[in-house]
Design a protein around this ligand. Structure first.
Ligand SMILES: [Zn+2]
Length: 455
């Protein structure tokens, strides 16, 4: 069926076969087509009479009457819930301008509704063409005022004395205060931990330094101990100065000890061992001194031999009455073993035969003592022996000639009833003065010469 419907003049009129069958259907202002009757003749639309009662008609009034009182009630409604109230007016705005205009007012910055003074048509189309609100129909409402306000809350600028905002501020204030307090405590804790770490590091460093200092003190202490021991040893050695026994003070061994201690100077434990060795050497020298003093002060054998030897040797040479024939593999009055040059072995039976007297025994003792000097000064003796063709026996005899005035090799020993003994001792050669000077030079070159020990 087709309905013809007359439109208000001035507007476009069109007909359609699909017009609504019943006039009771509320005409859609947006559909626009005008109904026609089946005869194609325009008929004054019956609804025209009913138009005043149709819902669209009412919204249409505001455009024609600007100061309509309906606008203010719309403003708060749109401001509080724009999404729910905008859609219907927007739909109608596409077809009929009347209801749309007020609904889009909130989109504009100005709170006022669509300008009621403009023409209705322009007001109805303002919303779709507004560039600032490309929002589809039915979508969320255009941006509300800067701060969304829940329904029932006063708009911005309302009375600030209202309670809710103050509570929020207090709550946030407490939260911020708690956060700041927590941050402060964390900072203090970190500073405390760092301080403890640094304190621990400092204590460790101090401990290391103390250990190093202790090690250095140990080194210094051991070095001082060694130096003290060495000084004592050398002082003891000087007591032997002038003695004719060059090897009685082992200076080479002392020098090795001093050199070794210098090499061990950073090893306190080893230096301590060096110190012990030095102290042992000192003890040995003191033992020799003590024995010599006892030896020189006593004559255990009661013999002339021992008396002469103690005088010559100052107690450092021992007179032994044993079996020199066996020891030296010859029938002798006495002999000296090169491995023990400080001991003279006398044949007591031969020495105290009636053919012997103290004078001859004295010469024999001098001869044997010359061997002691040879054995304790080998290098110098070997050089001096050159004056005697390398013969250490004629050299020993010459020592007797040099230091025992009146000595001869041949002796006559009377035995009482006019009988006597012709005694010849030594090796049958009386050295000349030149050789005797050689003996003097030799004796002057031998003996203890304690030099300074260097490290
Ligand atoms: Zn001899």
């Amino acid at each position: 069926m087709i309905f013809a419907r007359a439109q208000l003049k001035g507007l476009d009129i069109s007909t359609s076969d699909t017009a609504p069958e019943s006039a009771s259907t509320p005409p859609e202002p947006s559909s626009a087509p005008s109904p026609t009757n089946p005869f194609g003749v325009p008929i004054p639309a019956e609804p025209a009479t009913a138009a005043p009662v149709e819902p669209p008609a009412a919204p249409y009034v505001p455009p024609t009457a600007p100061p309509t009182p309906a606008a203010p009630p719309f403003e708060p409604a749109i401001a509080t819930a724009p999404a729910t109230h905008v859609a219907p007016p927007f739909e109608s705005a596409a077809t009929a301008a009347a209801p749309v205009a007020p609904s889009f007012e909130p989109a504009a910055p100005a709170p006022a509704p669509v300008a009621p003074t403009s023409a209705p048509a322009s007001a109805g189309w303002a919303a779709p063409t507004a560039p600032a609100n490309p929002i589809a129909p039915g979508a969320a409402a255009p941006a509300a005022p800067t701060t969304p306000i829940a329904p029932g809350f006063p708009p911005p600028g309302a009375d600030p004395a209202l309670a809710p905002p103050e509570k929020k501020k207090r709550k946030w204030g407490w939260i911020i205060a708690v956060i700041l307090l927590a941050l402060g405590l964390i900072t203090v804790g970190i500073i405390l931990i760092l301080s403890l770490i640094r304190l621990g590091e400092a204590q460790e460093l101090i401990g290391d330094q103390k250990e190093q200092i202790q090690e250095q003190e140990d080194v210094i202490e051991e070095k001082e101990s060694f130096s003290s021991a060495m000084n004592e040893l050398m002082a003891t050695a000087h007591l032997f100065d002038g003695l004719p026994y060059g090897d009685i003070v082992p200076l080479d061994r002392y020098q090795n000890l001093a050199t070794g201690a210098w090499e061990h100077r950073w090893d306190p434990a080893t230096v301590a061992l060096d110190t012990v060795e030095v102290q042992a050497e000192t003890a040995d020298l003191n033992a020799v001194l003590t024995a010599a003093q006892e030896q020189a002060a006593t004559n255990a054998s009661g013999t002339n031999y021992e008396t002469v030897i103690d005088q010559l040797g100052s107690g450092y040479v021992t007179s032994a009455f044993d079996d020199p024939d066996t020891l030296c593999e010859s029938d002798v009055l006495g002999c000296v073993m090169w491995d023990d040059p400080y001991t003279i072995h006398f044949d007591q039976a031969d020495g105290y035969h009636e053919s012997m007297n103290d004078w001859i025994r004295t010469g024999v003792a001098y001869h044997e003592y010359a061997h002691v000097l040879q054995g304790t000064n080998l290098d110098e003796s070997d050089l001096a022996a050159e004056a005697f063709g390398g013969d250490w026996e004629t050299m020993a005899d010459c020592y007797v000639f040099t230091y025992l005035p009146g000595w001869t090799l041949d002796h006559t020993v009377f035995v009482g009833d006019g009988s006597y003994w012709e005694v010849s001792v030594g090796y049958g050669y009386t050295c000349n003065e030149s050789q005797r000077q050689s003996i003097r030079d030799w004796v002057a070159s031998i003996g203890v010469q304690v030099d300074t020990i260097t490290q």
